[in-house]
Ligand binder design. Sequence first.
Ligand SMILES: [Zn+2]
Length: 70
Amino acid sequence: MKKRIREIHYIVTQYWLEYYADGACTLCGNSGIIDTRGTKTLVGWDVGRVNYCICPNGQIMRKAGFDLNA
Ligand SMILES: [Zn+2]
């Protein structure tokens, strides 16, 4: 199980580095938080929320227990 989780982390990190890192995180603008509140699917389902980003800033905030709703 532990090895599988490490493999997933490696894959996600490599994906982020290849597509979303440009000197800073282009997903969250380096804030560590992605806020999609107000986002709806094409059929109108509300799918937005506040999330930690997959980048190092977001993961440090997640591990530290940063309050996303603060
Ligand atoms: Zn980010």
